[in-house]
Structure formats: structure tokens, C-alpha cells
Write a protein that binds this ligand. Sequence first.
Ligand code: PAF
Length: 278
Amino acid sequence: MKIIESTDAAQAHVRERRAKSVLVPTMGALHRGHLELLRVAREHAGKDGEVAVSIFVNPLQFEPGSDFKKYPRPESTDAKFCEDAGVNLLFRPREMYFDDRSVYVEETRLSAGLCGASRPGHFRGVCTVVAKLFNLLAPNAAVFGEKDYQQLAIIRRMVRDLNFPIEVIGVPTVREADGLALSSRNQYLNTDGRAAAPVLYQAMLRVKELAANGENSVTRLIDAARGVIESAKDARIDYISIVDRENLQPLERLRPNAFIALAVFIGKTRLIDNLRLT
Ligand code: PAF
């Protein structure tokens, strides 16, 4: 596995490369969910293609006072994880931004609700770093998890609107046996928090069950989800929304293509999840 630690070296690498390249952008602290992204990346790259992983804890996507400083950075464990998973290129730049930077990439419609409403500036940070990674590494395709469904939709929109010649591939969420979606942030949970965390999935399953039995009032469905979550110790709801999968607009009545998305604090750890309902 080749390791690149500067943006200049990344550009030299791309100039020399000919084979198909599939990028998995991450912020590190790699886990089983990332392994699935890497499996899908290899499937698309083929055995002679390049699977590239980027690890960069992107300061631009953390709001002031959030967990940027304490975000886990297990550098050597992550490098070994990539090596063992057959990654060809690990890009872990020490720096990505000029001090006097003045250009950002901002999606203005899909970013308005859900996590974008609770985390102002977050998706501008995500789009800016992902656009830079696309320019630096020039992959043919890039793989993202569906757990961050809004992020995936926004990146697809960015690729469409800015004509990046890159295929965006979404990968279904990987869950623990009790339904908790795998996330680097799960490691912040203490024992009680870990026991409470599957409540996100339980709430979504309850809504799916009610929907399957004919309930189509979004207010009543969200109330049902709220009831399940409020029964868990130390759980505080940030948002629960039922939206259209394409435009992420809130719905009043269930219709085809609806999904539920939620963000819940378990203690101090903010977890997100989503599930297709119809
Ligand atoms: O999903 C993530 O890990 C990050 O938001 C991403 C896409 C790597 C951008 O920093």
C-alpha cells in the first residue's frame, strides 16, 4: 500500500496513474462499516484497479464547540486496517487548506433541513473537502455510506451540478445485531449509552410497522417515534423527520419514496440514522 501525506504528492500520483480508481473518503477511526465500503469499492475498481482511502478529520465540517479536537485519530491502527483490507492508496494529508482560503462549495437546497438545520455550515465543510478530494485524487467513482443519507444526497447533487466526472455509489448501512448503525462516534458511548443507543432503530422500526398497518399521518408517526425514544435513559431528540428521499422535503402524509431520518443525543453523543418507509 502506498501512503501519501501531501497534496503535491497526491497530484503527482494521479498524473502517473492509468487504472480505474475508486475513492472511499473517511475521517478515520475505521470500523466494520468502512470495511463494507471498501468491499464495494473493490467490486467497482476490479482487481487491477485502485482502491483509495482518504483519512482527514475535516475542521470545516465541525461547528464551533463540537467534537473536532476529541474526534478519534488512531493513525497506525487505521493504516493497518487499510493495508489488511487490500487498499492500494491511503491519502492522509496533514494539511488541506490554505490559511487565506476564500472559496467554498455550498449546496443550498438539500442542506437546509435535517442535520443542516442543526449544524449550520456542516455541509458546506463536507462539500468543500469532498470537492478538493475529487480534484486531488481524480477517482472514477466514490463510495459513501447511506447512514449519512443527507450527505450522500448532497454529494450526488454537487457532482451533478458541478459536472464532476465521478460515479457516486451509496452503500446500505451496516448494523450491530441489536440494530445500532455502525459509526465512529459509537465509541464515545459509555455502557449505559451503548445499551440505550439501539432505541433509534427501534423507533424507526415502530414507525415502519405503523406505516405498514396503514397509518399515514406523519404527525402521528413522528409522535410514535418520539414516544419510543423518550422511553430510553439519557436520550434527547435533536430532530425526527419524515421526508421525500429525492428532495428531502418534509411530508405531511406518507407517500411512495418516504423515509424517516433522525438525530438523537445519547448522553453527549449525537447519533443519526434513517430508514426507508415506503
Ligand atoms: O462521512 C464522512 O466521514 C465525512 O463527512 C467525509 C465524507 C469523509 C468528509 O469529510
